[in-house]
Write a protein that binds this ligand. Sequence first.
Ligand code: NAI
Length: 321
Amino acid sequence: MPYGIERATVIGAGTMGAAIAGHLANAGIPVTLLDIVPTELTPEEEAAGLTLEHPQVRNRIVRAGFERMVNASPSNLFSKALAARIELGNVEDDWERAVGRSDWIIEAIVERPGPKQALMARLDATAPATAIISSNTSGIPIHILAQDRSPEFKRRFLGTHFFNPPRYLHLLEVIPHGETDPAVVNRMRQFAENVLGKGVVVCKDTPNFIANRLLTFIQCDILEYAIQEGYTVEEVDLLTGTLLGRPRTATFRLNDVIGLDVLVLVTENLYPMIPHDEEREILRAPLGSAVLKTLLAHDLLGAKRGQGFYKTVVDEQGNKH
Ligand code: NAI
């Protein structure tokens, strides 16, 4: 394989990590997908006499993310058989085996600086010296994730921000921080364009980069405006989706696809980084929205839970709408 990327590890098997692994499999790259180990048994596991040490329990979270990705509609995979290119594991038992043989390690865990920085420290200590390491963060500045890392880590670390769903959305934002080696940026750009079929934009390391800097404000502004003015979710989506020729990415549908918890985290992270009060005020909408708070309190996080602003409907062919 040109560009020296023959095997990858994706850490975090949620909406994005699992789908990125799926797209790597589409492109012929074998990949290991890792997630955390559960700390509690489900009632079903308890009834079956399983313990927290059982491999089935230890890989429950990664398996759930993988299965959601494989069964999603529209499909993340060119064909379901390609799922065989994805190995599953967890960050306790399988880290060395996965990370140790990877040429590219992609972080796609929860959108909080602390856990991401802890993961980068572990990668700094254990990843092969030649591996590229990247974060799929929606907007945490890459230099903040590189803080306190070795010069060797910083040289080969950058942001690779995929859009949801990665199989279908062409854009990939590649974000070097001040100390990323330009040769690494160039290698990633060429690999993404030629192997993953992406349209790459190299962005500056500013909060939320380019696309999400705009999108976050649009989503927040409509959320505030629509609810204050008494519009319904369906009316807003008709106006911002179907009538504009983008039915799947209308405002509230898109919030469900992103994940309402992720939307709130992205907004919370961006809020203190925006210097102008007036601009910043727009970001208060999801942070103060009673509707969002209610959905979050009931764990109705969007597509990943089967319900958010919309109740997901599955038709006879198994397609979700
Ligand atoms: P998610 O909440 O669906 O999944 C996150 C996964 O990471 C969960 O399975 C969780 O168990 C796992 N995780 C948490 N801490 C971990 C750790 N220390 N080690 C290993 N696994 C861990 O989140 P989602 O939506 O997949 O987002 C992942 C990243 O991608 C975030 O940085 C997010 O901002 C970014 N992103 C999200 C997009 C979206 O539309 N949801 C689009 C583009 C980027």
